[in-house]
Design a protein around this ligand. Structure first.
Ligand SMILES: [Zn+2]
Length: 282
């Protein structure tokens, strides 16, 4: 079975780059990617890309660090409209981000950013519920400290209060600690690993004991002009490296990892899973 990259932002690349990126992904055995929006406009780009490329599925949402204030009624209407589009398979990217530079920005609404983020997270979970979509969410602690106990408790509280586990979904680019991983399982979510799995032993420890039916993989690819060598930019083709690392950590074959993580993603996508299956089995 082919791999599915459950979280990318390739809609942000120059349009002229996309053909090459998708071709290289296909060569690395990636059958589908979920392009995730971070603003209303960016979400529109995801839908547009999905309509033009069969292997691209769309996610829509406003990222916690891209909020410019509370979501407006107009934002919410547009998100709801987009979420109902047949190319859209997930509410993504939404979530909670407690990095210091994000929470310390000036807030024109006079309300603390942590509160604005929680409200937007809840509102977008509600859209996902109405549109029968899973959620793929971001949680980032201040200083990327896995034990900061700031963003994770907030995110888990919102997920619990909104009963978001009923929608299913995944914690994307997981970098939390063991207790966060356990809470995700209890709440009914998948854990999504990106390239940090290859670097961090502590993530490998978690990846070793997670149930096989609760892991998905991703690259979170986006344009990285800060890396001077273009060949070093993360692309969906690097999903193969994440799969290889996971196979080694869990002591199984890469084929088995491909089968498990793709089946997990298909079950997470629920209604859309049927049509996505064709892309992964082809
Ligand atoms: Zn992302």
């Amino acid at each position: 079975m082919k791999l599915i990259d459950v979280h990318v932002h390739i809609q942000q690349h120059e349009p002229s780059e996309l053909g090459g990126i998708l071709e290289r992904a296909a060569t690395a055995d990636v059958g589908a990617v979920i392009a995730s929006g971070v603003t209303v406009e960016d979400s529109e780009k995801c839908i547009d890309l999905s309509r033009r490329h069969e292997m691209v599925l769309a996610g829509v949402g406003v990222h916690p660090t891209d909020l410019t204030g509370p979501l407006t009624d107009d934002d919410l209407d547009q998100l709801e409209q987009m979420a109902s589009d047949e190319s859209v398979v997930a509410m993504s990217e939404i979530g909670i981000d407690h990095q210091e530079h994000v929470l310390s920005r000036e807030s024109s609404s006079g309300r603390p950013w942590s509160e604005i983020q929680e409200e937007a997270f809840r509102q977008q979970i509600e859209i996902a519920r109405r549109q029968r979509l899973p959620i793929v969410f971001h949680v980032r602690e201040p200083g990327d400290d896995p034990d900061a106990e700031s963003a994770w408790p907030a995110a888990l509280r919102v997920l619990d209060e909104t009963r978001a586990g009923e929608l299913g979904g995944a914690a994307h680019y997981f970098q939390g600690n063991e207790s966060a991983a356990k809470s995700l399982l209890d709440a009914g979510f998948m854990v999504s690993f990106g390239r940090p799995l290859i670097r961090f032993k502590r993530l490998q420890e978690i990846a070793r004991w997670l149930p096989s039916d609760r892991i998905v993989i991703e690259t979170d690819s986006y344009p990285q002009p800060f890396k001077k060598n273009r060949a070093k930019w993360t692309e969906p083709r690097h999903l193969a490296d994440v799969a290889a690392c996971l196979a080694e950590v869990r002591g199984v074959s890469v084929d088995e990892i491909a089968e498990q993580t793709s089946e997990n993603a298909l079950s997470m996508l629920r209604d859309a899973g049927g049509r996505v299956r064709g892309l992964l089995e082809a």
